[in-house]
Design a protein around this ligand. Structure first.
Ligand SMILES: Nc1ncnc2c1ncn2[C@@H]1O[C@H](COP(=O)(O)OP(=O)(O)OP(=O)(O)O)[C@@H](O)[C@H]1O
Ligand SMILES: [Mg+2]
Length: 277
């Protein structure tokens, strides 16, 4: 990637334009707030305001994911990022809700961040009864699947925080569980911990069809992103794309500065194929 990626992130360089024109290079995903009595967090815009441009952007990600391999699209997809608080969970939940709503297929959202789970908070669910219960106590899947008001969306929360998350995620049972989940749902979206902070993500990355790396504008450092990519590749994870979060304004050519080459559709700069980065 060219050097100016790092420069623009570090210097928090002001956007070159504040005009909110229709982007053709990449898309903003800054969160808008909205509320009702569903218990679903206001930041889940694909639930609260599905017709807004920001929800449309999540939809575009969904479309691009299906284009990764049109004959056999990835159905078991993990979202991760290099470090903490780059938008993994918010993106995972918004994406899962958008897929469930638009595709009219059964979508499962799994919280595999067993140390710092947050999916349940965004969806107004109890954390207890989930992954850790299946992995440690052999609890039946159907006993822990949770529904939300978002149609076609099932959630598998983390369960109680275990003492040995890496061991659990690296177990044979975990491998078998993911296979079973993929068999039971059309698409499975997996929220994971940050790659550089927690080794779990490498383990998980190798077990899923593809990993999408979340990059937060002005926050993600180029070195961190590079190290995360190497780590995932060394763990035999298949990086299928990148999602840029926290974008306030469209800046022409911005993603080109990140070294992204475009592969998919009108908004392909938003989500680029790993081999092209
Ligand atoms: N698309 C976005 N645009 C702007 N802010 C965002 C976006 N997505 C998430 N955020 C904000 O970034 C912060 C971190 O979000 P989130 O919890 O989803 O990140 P995370 O990567 O899952 O964090 P962690 O590593 O702690 O699990 C939150 O304050 C959230 O509101
Ligand atoms: Mg998270």
């Amino acid at each position: 990637m060219p050097e100016n990626l790092l420069t623009s992130i570090r210097e928090k360089k002001a956007p070159e334009t504040k005009k909110k024109e229709k982007p053709d290079g990449f898309l903003a995903t800054s969160i808008a707030y909205a509320k009702d009595d569903s218990g679903i967090d206001a930041r889940i815009v694909t639930y609260h305001s599905p017709k807004t441009p920001i929800s449309e952007q999540y939809r575009m990600i969904r479309t691009n994911l299906q284009r990764v391999n049109p004959e056999n699209p990835p159905r078991l997809i993990a979202l991760s990022s290099s470090l903490h608080r780059e938008g993994k969970t918010t993106t995972s939940v918004n994406l899962a809700v958008a897929m469930a709503h638009d595709l009219n297929k059964n979508i499962l959202l799994v919280d595999c961040d067993l140390r710092k789970p947050n999916v349940h908070n965004l969806l107004g669910l109890r954390m207890e009864g989930g992954m850790s219960d299946i992995l440690t106590r052999g609890v039946e899947l159907d006993a822990v699947f949770k529904k939300t008001r978002a149609e076609n969306l099932t959630v598998l929360t983390s369960g109680k925080i275990p003492s040995n998350p890496s061991e659990l995620l690296g177990s044979h049972r975990m491998r078998d569980l993911l296979v079973e989940l993929k068999n039971r749902f059309d698409y499975v979206i997996v929220d994971t911990p940050p790659v550089l902070a927690i080794t779990d993500t490498g383990i998980l990355g190798a077990l899923v069809d593809g990993v999408v790396v979340v990059v937060q504008t002005w926050r993600t450092q180029r070195e961190a992103l590079d190290r995360a990519r190497s780590f995932l590749s060394n763990a035999h994870a298949n990086i299928i794309g990148y999602i840029l979060t926290g974008v306030e304004y469209f800046v022409p050519g911005y993603l080109a500065n990140y070294g992204y080459h475009y592969g998919y559709g009108q908004y392909h700069g938003y989500y680029a194929h790993s081999e092209e980065v």
